[in-house]
Design a protein. Structure first.
Length: 97
């Protein structure tokens, strides 16, 4: 039996739930209409770590604006950036532990 694919909204809820279990504080912009284009879906903080994660479905593609933000954030020392998909679940949990 094959499970139905997660929507991005379901995946976001799953990642946030796991993050909260591991005592991360999370921020997700509710509506991106008034936000800077391409800002990552999720910001996670558990001092001394700061993570930014763009979440996509199995077939979802990043936009040039999303790629640009991830590239810029990767250049900041100590800042962790990720592009996560549901298939990355084991690696996501490993990062959050």
């Amino acid at each position: 039996m094959t499970l139905p694919a997660l929507t991005e909204k379901q995946f976001l809820a799953q990642v946030r739930g796991a993050a909260h279990l591991y005592r991360w504080v999370t921020y997700h912009p509710y509506l991106s209409i008034h936000s800077e284009r391409g800002w990552p879906d999720l910001t996670l903080i558990r001092p001394p770590r700061l993570l930014f994660a763009e979440l996509k479905t199995a077939k979802g593609k990043t936009t040039p604006h999303q790629d640009r933000w991830l590239e810029l954030l990767r250049e900041i020392p100590g800042c962790e950036t990720y592009l996560w998909r549901p298939a990355d679940w084991d690696a996501i949990v490993e990062v959050l532990e």
